[in-house]
Design a protein around this ligand. Structure first.
Ligand SMILES: [Zn+2]
Length: 380
């Protein structure tokens, strides 16, 4: 099978192409367009594909033949209908023909991995305790987990997606991930043998939300755990920023009234209000339900204060929260919504959606799979 550049998802191009392209870059674009159309609405004929994509019947016929040769498209059989003439043969992307490895390095205690199908369902799930491993020892554990998972796959692996904490550049080098002791670590190059894509965990998570969680095209996904980070999609295009640190809002100071000291040296960073260990420590000292609710509301308020200018500047349609639902989904999220409403323009941002992700703790693993789908096949 010919594989496009594995960095394909990160080239700043729009996800889910929906129109035919100019002749000069047509073939790879049209190939992705056909795969994308079948990925989202499989079980259609060549004539349906031509109508949906705006490509000619001849071009579709040619591309489909090629993609069948590569085992990426399958014929499902003939349409059972009463239309006159020869019944049409229905096509689908080969959903069972390939599998994807997704790895989530973002937890402080365990490395998570899964074998996923092309629809993002987890077929096999494994975990390895990190046991405080850092640097090369942590990389070795990642490699061992990947090998273990590859051995369980029941179809050829399309690629390996990795969601890593910290700042990750477009070549999959982890510029800095203090918890894992990674500094300028070319992780994408070190995991070899299959196409590999490495990205920041929140950037992976927002792709999962787009592919499998129904996210809108202008979405910010905020991950709240040991720290706080975010992934951004603007016009269905992942945003990385000038130093690959777009969405790193955890160490932005919220307010002008000080706050608790942060590990970074400043006082009152968003993480000092919102990181789960800080929230849990505060809640452990609360004496009754009212105090508990007040702690959660204060955290939500700070989140709203931090998000309001982002929502305003980028005209986001949606903010999605990912993290422990027992802490986030309740007074905290309600306070964040109230604060956002009070601090943005109702005319433009009044219908902003703020919600929890439905993808739970598998969101990074599934996002890592979405990176591979996007990078290898151009679909999402
Ligand atoms: Zn800080």
């Amino acid at each position: 099978m010919t594989t496009p550049s594995p960095a394909g998802y990160a080239t700043g191009r729009i996800l889910r192409p929906s129109a035919k392209s100019l002749p000069e870059h047509s073939r790879s674009h049209n190939r992705a367009l056909v795969l994308q159309t079948l990925y989202r609405s499989g079980g259609i004929s060549r004539a349906d594909l031509a109508r949906a994509t705006g490509l000619t019947r001849v071009t579709i016929s040619d591309l489909v033949a090629q993609l069948i040769t590569e085992d990426l498209i399958v014929e499902l059989g003939q349409r059972e209908d009463a239309r006159p003439g020869k019944p049409a043969t229905l096509l689908d992307i080969n959903r069972t023909g390939f599998q994807i490895l997704g790895l989530d390095l973002s937890d402080h205690a365990v490395l998570r991995g899964g074998v996923l199908d092309l629809d993002g369902a987890i077929l096999e799930h494994r975990e390895t305790r990190l046991d405080n491993a850092t640097g090369q020892a942590a990389v070795d554990k990642v490699t061992a987990l990947a090998r273990e998972l590859i051995a369980t796959a029941t179809a050829p692996i399309l690629g390996i997606g990795v969601g890593s904490p910290g700042v990750v550049d477009l070549a999959g080098t982890v510029i800095s991930a203090p918890n894992l002791g990674f500094r300028d670590l070319p992780l994408q190059q070190q995991l070899t043998g299959l196409p590999v894509l490495v990205a920041n965990d929140a950037n992976a998570a927002v792709l999962a939300e787009h592919s499998f969680g129904g996210a809108l095209s202008d979405t910010m996904l905020v991950r709240i755990g040991l720290g706080v980070g975010a992934g951004l999609l603007l016009n269905a295009t992942p945003l990385f920023g000038s130093r690959f640190a777009a969405g790193e809002i955890g160490h932005v100071v919220v307010g002008t009234d000080g706050g608790a000291p942060c590990a970074c040296g400043k006082d009152g960073c968003l993480e000092t209000w919102l990181a789960i260990p800080r929230l849990e420590a505060g809640l452990a000292e609360a004496t009754d339900a009212a105090e508990r609710e007040s702690i959660l509301r204060k955290a939500g308020e700070r989140l709203g204060i931090a998000l309001a200018p982002v929502v305003g500047a980028l005209d986001l349609a949606e903010v999605v929260l990912s993290g422990p639902a027992d802490l986030l989904d309740g007074p905290l999220m309600e306070a964040a919504i109230d604060t956002l409403r009070n601090r943005t323009m109702a005319e433009f941002h009044g219908d902003l959606t703020v919600r929890m992700t439905a993808l739970g703790e598998d969101i990074v693993m599934r996002g890592a799979a979405a990176m591979v789908l996007s990078g290898q096949l151009g679909v999402s």
